[in-house]
Every structure is written in structure tokens, then in C-alpha cells.
Design a protein around this ligand. Structure first.
Ligand code: ADP
Ligand code: MG
Length: 382
């Protein structure tokens, strides 16, 4: 396919959330027009795109409209129905492909893909019926029972210590298809983002060290403070292998557990830019969103260069609430007085507990300096 040159084409995105919004910003900076398809009347991406098609992901009229309006189409979340991507792919360039997104939609299929790609993942068992439930190897306990589909930010997960607890938990999850994973001793959580073009050329960002609170990403640090070069090399090679084995086109994030005994196992992947890659908007000469645009448009993918040490703080709606009540916005004027702070708010009208409202990137000449400013910012945020 010839590249869709900047200034001459329209790019579409399925989904109107913050990832779609940042994709649109990156695409518009390059001179592309953007159309967002999202069922909600108001959405972070719909508010900034040139056009918003308000339709359900399975509405054939909405999908046909998106295809008419756009030269190429991507998605900002993995739970878009695969048939929507397939329908669009009959009419337009679509990246990533429906088949790759479908792998990411199902933990059991995803884990099988990791194993087929030769990348180790957590010891696990698939539970879809009572026979499989009864046959679970006791060595997997204590473990985490996760729904195979539709889980995110720790939702659809239950920690279980015994076979009896496992049975109760599966009942509680309405007996849907699940994966039981052995609870692993984590030294740290890491992620690597790669971008792969239709020509197979693949580039990557450095390994990212991620801290989660309550199952939601809270902080990302790059360079990863605790990760030695040989582990970084392993993680990057594994992420590239996962993308390669999928014949993937677009931006892919692979999440890892780095274990107490030094082993690296893959946790899960996302067929899109990822929260842990938001630092690239300010700490790298090309962001994950620009790479998503470039991969979709068939433009060259340059190897990114990190020019600053970076810390990303996720901003959840909880920060808008204090002991006195709320919601009231945090003291951004004081936070932005700190050196190297870059605020990204997603334009969500209402702050709610647990809701991702934005992120704060902190860049500095050294990791120590970035870390120190991040501590100051966290203190101001309360
Ligand atoms: P989600 O799709 O909600 O992000 P994850 O599988 O990534 O689900 O789990 C969320 C978090 O729960 C992880 O980032 C990690 O902190 C913890 N976790 C998940 N699986 C395991 C495991 N097998 N061992 C230890 N911690 C885990
Ligand atoms: Mg995760």
C-alpha cells in the first residue's frame, strides 16, 4: 500500500476514550483529518475529532459511514467486537487486524499465543466447566481467577487460596470462561511498547517500570530504575517476538512480571497505545500515538529516542475529592510550577473515584531529578 500522505487523508478510530483523543491529537498535528466512532453523545476523542459518528460498534450504518469518511481505521480499545473490524477491513485499511485484536480479547487465547511465540507466561489453567474446575492442579494455588474476557484495571479478578475458594469465586463470576493464574512473587511490573509496520519493520520504546495500585496503573518510570540491561534486552526481544508471531501492524504493548527469582514472564498485551507509554508524549522524540498514526498511514517508523528521563503519574478522579468533599480540581497552578511538568487532561466533564482523568508527565535530565519532582508533585496532589 502506498502511504497516506499527511495533509491528504482522513484517519478513523473506533472508540472515543482518552487513547482515541491522544491518537486524534497526534494525527491532527501531522495534518490528518480524524473521525471517531463512539456510541456516546459526548466523549474525550469525539470532542476533538473533525467528525464524530455516534453509533454502536455493531451498527452497519455507522460502520459504513466511518468507512466512507476515512482512508484507514484503527481502534483505541481491544474490546471492540472483532466483526466490526472485519466489516471495516472489507472496505478500508484497518490496523491492527481483527484477528490480532481477537487474540488480545481473550486471556486464554492470548496465553496460548504467548506460548506458541516461545515467550513464557504465568502457570495457569483454563476453566470453562465443572470438570476443568475439579481438575485444577493444586500447585496453581494460591492464585488469581480472572475472567477470560472483558477484564481491565483489575476488574473481573478474584484472589483465591484454596480449591473451595476457587469454586466459590467461579460461581461469583457467574461461571463464565476464566483463567486461573498462579499468584507470582513480583519484584516489579514492566512493559514494552513496540510499533510494527506493514513491511514488518519493528521499533520499540525502552522498558517501562510500572507501579499499580488497586489493579490500576499509578506510576510509570523510564528508564526503569531497578531493571538491569540484560532483563531489558530480554523484555524487548520478547515483545518483538510476540508482535512478529501475530504478523502485527500498529502499536502493541506487552506487559511483564519480573519475578523475585529473576525470571521474566509475560502477563498480557494490548493492541494499541498503553497507559504505561504516556511518558513518550514528553520524554521521547516520537510518541506512541505518533507511531500509531504512522503505522496506520503506512509512513516510516523511526526508532524512538528517549531524550529525557521520565515519570508518569496517573491522575484518577480520587484526586478531585478531599476530606472536605469535592469534586474540586487539584492545585494545577502549583503543580505546574515544578520544573519539567507536563499536564494532560482528557476533557472528562465529571470526576469520579477510580476514573482516569489525565496524567502528569515529569521530564528531567536524570532519573533522580525526575523522581524528586514526581515526589513533590505527588505531595501537592495530596
Ligand atoms: P488487567 O487486565 O485488569 O490489567 P492484569 O492481569 O494485568 O489485569 O492484572 C492486574 C494486576 O494484578 C497486575 O498488574 C498485577 O499487579 C496483579 N496480578 C495479576 N496477575 C498476577 C499474578 N499471576 N501474580 C501476581 N500478581 C498478579
Ligand atoms: Mg494489566
Amino acid at each position: 500500500m502506498a502511504a497516506l500522505l499527511p495533509g491528504t487523508a482522513t484517519l478513523g478510530v473506533l472508540g472515543g476514550g482518552q487513547l482515541g483523543r491522544m491518537f486524534v491529537h497526534a494525527a491532527q498535528a501531522l495534518g490528518y483529518r480524524c473521525v471517531v466512532l463512539d456510541p456516546d453523545a459526548v466523549s474525550p476523542a469525539g470532542a476533538v475529532a473533525e467528525k464524530h459518528v455516534q453509533a454502536d460498534y455493531l451498527d452497519p450504518v455507522g460502520l459504513a459511514q466511518l468507512a466512507r469518511d476515512c482512508d484507514a481505521i484503527t481502534t483505541e480499545f481491544e474490546n471492540v467486537p472483532a466483526v466490526a473490524l472485519e466489516t471495516l477491513a472489507n472496505m478500508r485499511v484497518v490496523a491492527p487486524a481483527a484477528a490480532a485484536v481477537a487474540v488480545c480479547q481473550d486471556r486464554a487465547v492470548e496465553k496460548a499465543h504467548f506460548e506458541a511465540a516461545g515467550v513464557p507466561c504465568a502457570p495457569h489453567a483454563v476453566i470453562t466447566n465443572e470438570i476443568e474446575l475439579a481438575a485444577v492442579d493444586p500447585s496453581l494455588l494460591p492464585g488469581i481467577l480472572k475472567t477470560s474476557r472483558l477484564g481491565y484495571d483489575g476488574k473481573g479478578q478474584v484472589r483465591v487460596a484454596t480449591a473451595a475458594e476457587l469454586a466459590v469465586a467461579w460461581e461469583g463470576l457467574k461461571r463464565v470462561a476464566c483463567v486461573l493464574e498462579q499468584l507470582l512473587p513480583l519484584k516489579a511490573e514492566l512493559s514494552v511498547i513496540v510499533a510494527r509496520g506493514a513491511d514488518g519493520r519493528t521499533v520499540h520504546f525502552p522498558v517501562q517500570q510500572n507501579l499499580h495500585r488497586g489493579g490500576i496503573l499509578a506510576v510509570t518510570e523510564v528508564p526503569a530504575p531497578d531493571v538491569p540491561p540484560e532483563v531489558e534486552k530480554l523484555a524487548i526481544a520478547a515483545a518483538r517476538q510476540v508482535a512478529e508471531a501475530l504478523g502485527y501492524v500498529g502499536v502493541l504493548c506487552v506487559e511483564f512480571f519480573w519475578l523475585d527469582d529473576g525470571r521474566l514472564v509475560v502477563n498480557e498485551m494490548a493492541p494499541r497505545p498503553h497507559n504505561s507509554g504516556h511518558w513518550t508524549m514528553n520524554g521521547s522524540d516520537v510518541s506512541q500515538f505518533e507511531l500509531q498514526v504512522r503505522a496506520l498511514a503506512g509512513l516510516p517508523l523511526p526508532q524512538p529516542r528517549q531524550h529525557s528521563a521520565a515519570v508518569m503519574l496517573n491522575l484518577l478522579g480520587d484526586l478531585w475529592f478531599t476530606d472536605e468533599g469535592g469534586p474540586t480540581p487539584p492545585a494545577w497552578d502549583r503543580v505546574l510550577a515544578l520544573p519539567g511538568t507536563h499536564l494532560h487532561l482528557y476533557g472528562k466533564a465529571e470526576a469520579r473515584h477510580g476514573r482516569k482523568m489525565g496524567h502528569l508527565n515529569i521530564t528531567a535530565a536524570t532519573p533522580e531529578a525526575a523522581h524528586a519532582v514526581a515526589l513533590d508533585a505527588a505531595r501537592l496532589l495530596g
